[in-house]
Write a protein that binds this ligand. Structure first.
Ligand SMILES: [Zn+2]
Length: 331
C-alpha cells in the first residue's frame, strides 16, 4: 500500500465514495477477507455514517472539503490535518485524511501538503480527489499513486439503477445517459429534482445560444456565473461536452449510443450544418476549459471564451417542434 492516493475522474463518477470505501477497508476491525470490510464493526459503522449522512464521526478519518463557494481548500485546513496525522491513531493502524476536490486547494494549501506527502509517517494515509492529475500541483500529483476513475458503460449503469429503483425504470435509463455513465451524478439526478431541472435547463440553453449573437451569449455568461461557484461551473461545461460529443459522433456517422437520444433531431440538424472538424474543435475547447477552470482563470472570461468558440447556427430542429425547423436569427 502507498501512503498517498489521488483519485481522479469527472465529478459524480464516485471519487469521494471510493476514497471513503478505501478508508473503510483499511480501517475495518474485522475484515472478512484481506482488503474487504465487514460493514458491522465500529469503524465500518462510523464510515457508513460518513458515506450516507456526511457526518464526520470517525475519530481516525479527517474529511477536508473546499471551504465555501469561492475559497477552496485553505492552508490552515491543511496545517490542522498535518497535526492530526502526526498523532498516533485512536482505533486502528492508520489515521486517514481525505481531501475532496483537491484541485480547489489554494497554491499555499497545496504546498503545505507537500511536506506531509514527502514524509507522511508510518500511520498516515492521504486520499485526494480531483478532476484530473493535470488540475492539481504537479509536485503533489507525482507524490501520489494515481487511480483514474472512468465513467461506466451507460447500459451497465442503467441496469444497476433500475435494480435499485425498479419503480422508476424510464427515468433510470434516461439519467444513466444524461450522467454519461457517472453513477454518483446519475443518483443525484434521480434523487434531487433541482439538480435534474438544472441539467435540463443547460441542455435547453444550447440551441438558443447557438442561434444568438455574441452579445447575447456574453449576457448569458454574465448571468450564469453570477449564480454558480467555480466548481459548479464545471457542471454545465460537462453537460455541454456530452452534448457536443453526441454531435461529433453523428457528424462522423458513428452509430454509438447517444448521451442525449431525446435530442437526436436537434443533434442531427447541427451535424448537417457544422463540419465534423469544427464540432471536434468545440468539444476539445470545452474539455480544455474544464481543466483551465481549476487554474484560477476568471470564470466569466472562461465561459465567454467557450461560447465564442461555438458556431452560429442558422436554423435548428428543436426537440419540442417536430414539424418544422425553427427560424434562426440569421447567420
Ligand atoms: Zn468492519
Amino acid at each position: 500500500m502507498h501512503h498517498a492516493y489521488l483519485f481522479t475522474g469527472p465529478p459524480g463518477v464516485g471519487r469521494r465514495t471510493l476514497a471513503l470505501r478505501f478508508a473503510q477497508a483499511v480501517l475495518c476491525e474485522d475484515p472478512p477477507t484481506p482488503g474487504a470490510f465487514c460493514r458491522r464493526c465500529r469503524s465500518c459503522r462510523y464510515l457508513e455514517a460518513m458515506l450516507t449522512r456526511d457526518e464526520d464521526v470517525h475519530p481516525d478519518v479527517s474529511l477536508v472539503r473546499p471551504r465555501g463557494r469561492a475559497l477552496g481548500i485553505q492552508v490552515d485546513q491543511v496545517r490542522e490535518v498535518r497535526q492530526i496525522l502526526a498523532r498516533s491513531p485512536r482505533m486502528g493502524r492508520y489515521r486517514v485524511a481525505i481531501f475532496t476536490d483537491f484541485d480547489r486547494a489554494t497554491p499555499a494549501a497545496a504546498n503545505a501538503l507537500l511536506k506531509t506527502l514527502e514524509e507522511p509517517g508510518d500511520s498516515a494515509l492521504l486520499l485526494l480527489t480531483a478532476t484530473s492529475a493535470e488540475t492539481v500541483l504537479p509536485t503533489v500529483a507525482s507524490r501520489c499513486e494515481q487511480v483514474l476513475l472512468r465513467p461506466m458503460m451507460i447500459e451497465d449503469l442503467a441496469r444497476a439503477l433500475v435494480q435499485r429503483f425498479p419503480q422508476e425504470e424510464d427515468r433510470a435509463m434516461h439519467v444513466a445517459a444524461w450522467a454519461a455513465g457517472r453513477p454518483g451524478y446519475a443518483l443525484r439526478l434521480l434523487r434531487d429534482a433541482d439538480a435534474y431541472a438544472r441539467h435540463a435547463a443547460w441542455l435547453e440553453d444550447i440551441p438558443r445560444l447557438l442561434q444568438s449573437p455574441m452579445w447575447e451569449r456574453f449576457a448569458y455568461a454574465r448571468q450564469l456565473v453570477k449564480g454558480l461557484s467555480r466548481s459548479d461551473l464545471e457542471k454545465p461545461l460537462l453537460v455541454w461536452a456530452a452534448f457536443w460529443r453526441d454531435a461529433l459522433h453523428l457528424s462522423m456517422g458513428h452509430f454509438l449510443p447517444l448521451f442525449h437520444p431525446e435530442r437526436r433531431a436537434l443533434l442531427e440538424s447541427l451535424a448537417r450544418q457544422i463540419p465534423a472538424e469544427q464540432v471536434y474543435g468545440v468539444l476539445q475547447h470545452l474539455l480544455d476549459a474544464v481543466v483551465r477552470l481549476h487554474r484560477y482563470v476568471n470564470p466569466r472570461l472562461l465561459l465567454e471564451d467557450v461560447l465564442l468558440k461555438w458556431p452560429r447556427a442558422r436554423a435548428l430542429w428543436l426537440p419540442t417542434e417536430q414539424e418544422a425547423p425553427v427560424a434562426g436569427l440569421g447567420g
